[in-house]
Design a protein around this ligand. Structure first.
Ligand code: ATP
Ligand code: MG
Length: 570
């Protein structure tokens, strides 16, 4: 049976005083407790919306499955009951390692309902990244599949003493594991939601590992208030909206805006098991009449690469709002999407640490191509500089570190086992993001680069984004990754790695032409001195270009943590 949480109940005052407090009526929070699963599904069932469509699942093989809010609530309750029946208790840690299957969503919601902490991992991770993350998170249970278990877990399973339970999706399980299908069928659907307090841990997410070893970021149940708020403010999610977030829950976007925010706002979400496939995506938008689409620059650049002609064959008239996150969205991509989809992609910025969207081109606001948009209502953002152990706020037009005033509900509460690193993120009452940006006179923020990626060349500070955006304006260039290479005379010189659009040949003449184009756009000081052609660029599983890896390889240095690297050519 469900155990009561030991942490005391919350008072409504704990929801804070930002404009999201007004979103209090988007959530229920019965008697001062807050539980994400209750807000995401049970509340809708209780208010008579159990029959509303919650999810349309599209299997890789063409299977379609509709799940209502009542179906999801039932599955979550049964999953919670299975955990409890195997002796897991409030605060225990449950990991998932599966593709985007309905059981993953039941596991996320069921874990939260049981007052336990959920950590989704990308199923494509290799055995070692999985093991280290499960060690860091002291996993007590894991949900996975037979092939993933055999290949990636079985060899080291005994080395994680905390791991008590392995649930296997489907009807059969290897020895020492439990088959989830029969266990859920036998479980009671009446599991009583654990009355978690607002500050009780709910989710641990690992960062993308773009800049180094991934960090385990802790989020609490109260985050749901900000998810409810930002889901409607930044993504225009309203009850019944047909919404497709293309991110995998192994990346924070796929949980905050691929599970919590959409369900709390009672939308109908599309979940596609398959990976990116241009025509499949276009056909899905057309057939399912997708209204709000949340994706990432890497996918958008792939769409651009395949040209507008394919897109012209589809009907995109259902789309009313498009958004992008995860990497800088090149202005070219915004202009392209306006042409092809009739609407621009709206860039927004946030991090695993912030748990929710902080800076956004919101619905109805003017989009400035190349800008991440304005601070969300209630979010105080500034550009700062560290001097003598303190922060100085910079003026409009100056480049510095993007800082946020803490206090919104989805802010991280810890880096697991890394207190000193966590403490270093805060100074003089600000949270420091580690990203460099500039704010213009209209309050729009412009991404310059990650602090680690900044290039210092002949007295100029160069952000890779500016150079990459100029490069992809060239007809031949599909994607670009720009780094600084040490140079005696200039300090560093700018070097670019590019992939090409179909129909172009990687030769010297093209290299010269691309450099010439960049020089015209950026001037000789900033334009890359060398352009190298590649078939692919090294990227994280969430689709981010790993500039630190381009640099390490260029300089023959150790590659560092590459646990999140998607397979690439080396
Ligand atoms: P790690 O912290 O492990 O190096 P990561 O920072 O890539 O990985 P995430 O939390 O997934 O992990 O990504 C957040 C980062 O992604 C931001 O700090 C920023 O650098 C980048 N980012 C996200 N959205 C945008 C955007 N709209 N424009 C530019 N950069 C973005
Ligand atoms: Mg980061």
């Amino acid at each position: 049976m469900a155990k009561r949480n030991t942490v005391g109940p919350a008072s409504v005052g704990d929801f804070g005083s930002g404009p999201w407090a007004a979103a209090r009526d988007l959530i229920d929070a019965p008697a001062g407790s807050v539980n994400i699963a209750h807000e995401a599904v049970d509340r809708h069932v209780l208010s008579g919306h159990g029959g509303d469509r919650a999810m349309l699942w599209l299997g890789k093989d063409g299977t379609r499955r509709d799940l209502s809010y009542a179906d999801l609530a039932d599955a979550a309750a049964r999953f919670a009951a299975v955990l409890a029946a195997h002796g897991l208790t409030t605060g225990d840690s449950v990991f998932s390692l599966t593709g985007r299957v309905p059981e993953l969503y039941a596991a996320a919601l069921g874990t939260l309902k049981a007052g336990m902490v959920f950590t989704p991992l990308f199923s494509a991770f290799g055995p070692e990244p999985i093991r280290t993350r499960m060690e860091i998170g002291a996993a007590n249970a894991l949900v996975t599949t037979v092939p993933l278990y055999k290949r990636k877990i079985a060899p080291w399973r005994d080395q994680i003493p905390s791991l008590k339970l392995i649930l296997i999706v489907g009807d059969e399980a290897p020895e020492g594991c439990v088959a989830l299908g029969p266990a859920m069928a036998a479980a009671s659907p009446d599991f009583e939601t654990v009355r978690t307090g607002p500050e009780d841990p709910a989710l641990v997410h690992f960062t993308s590992g773009t800049t180094g070893k991934p960090k385990g970021v802790v989020h609490v149940h109260n985050a749901v208030l900000y998810h409810a708020f930002s889901g409607c403010e930044a993504l225009d999610l309203t009850p019944g909206t047909v919404y497709w977030c293309t991110a995998d829950p192994g990346w924070v976007t796929g949980t905050s805006y691929g599970i919590v925010a959409p369900l709390v706002n009672r939308v109908m979400m599309i979940v596609d098991e398959a990976e990116f496939d241009l025509e499949r995506w276009y056909a899905t938008v057309e057939r399912e009449r997708v209204e709000v689409w949340y994706s990432a620059p890497t996918a958008i650049r792939m769409m651009m690469r395949s040209g507008a002609e394919i897109a012209d064959r589809y009907d995109f008239s259902s789309l009313r709002f498009l958004a992008s996150v995860g990497e800088p969205l090149n202005p070219e991509a915004v202009v392209w999407s306006e042409k092809v989809f009739g609407r621009p992609f709206h860039d927004n910025w946030w991090q695993t640490e912030t748990g929710g969207i902080m800076i956004a081109n919101r619905p109805g606001s003017t989009v400035k191509p190349g800008s991440m948009g304005q601070a969300m209502p209630g979010i105080e953002a500034a550009i700062v500089e560290r001097t003598d152990g303190h922060l100085r706020t910079l003026g409009d037009g100056e480049v510095g570190e993007l800082a946020l005033r803490p206090g919104w509900p989805s802010m991280m509460r810890a880096y697991l086992h890394e207190q000193a690193r966590y403490d270093k993120c805060f100074l003089d009452g600000w949270y420091l993001s580690g990203d460099l940006a500039m704010r213009d006179g209209d309050g729009y923020f412009w991404f310059v680069g990650r602090a680690d990626d900044l290039i210092k060349t002949s007295g100029h500070l160069v952000g890779p984004f500016e150079v990459e955006s100029a490069l992809i304006e060239h007809d031949a260039v599909a994607e670009a990754g720009v780094i600084g290479i040490p140079d005696e005379a200039a300090g560093e010189i700018v070097k670019a790695y590019v992939t090409l659009n179909p129909g172009f040949t990687a030769d010297e003449a093209l290299e010269r032409d691309i450099r010439g184009h960049a020089r015209k756009r950026l001037g000789p000081a900033v334009a890359p001195r060398a352009v190298v052609f590649r078939n692919t660029l090294p990227k994280t599983r969430s689709g981010k270009i790993m500039r630190r890896l381009l640099k390490a390889r260029e300089l023959g240095l150790p590659e560092g943590d590459i646990s999140t690297l998607e397979s690439d050519e080396t």
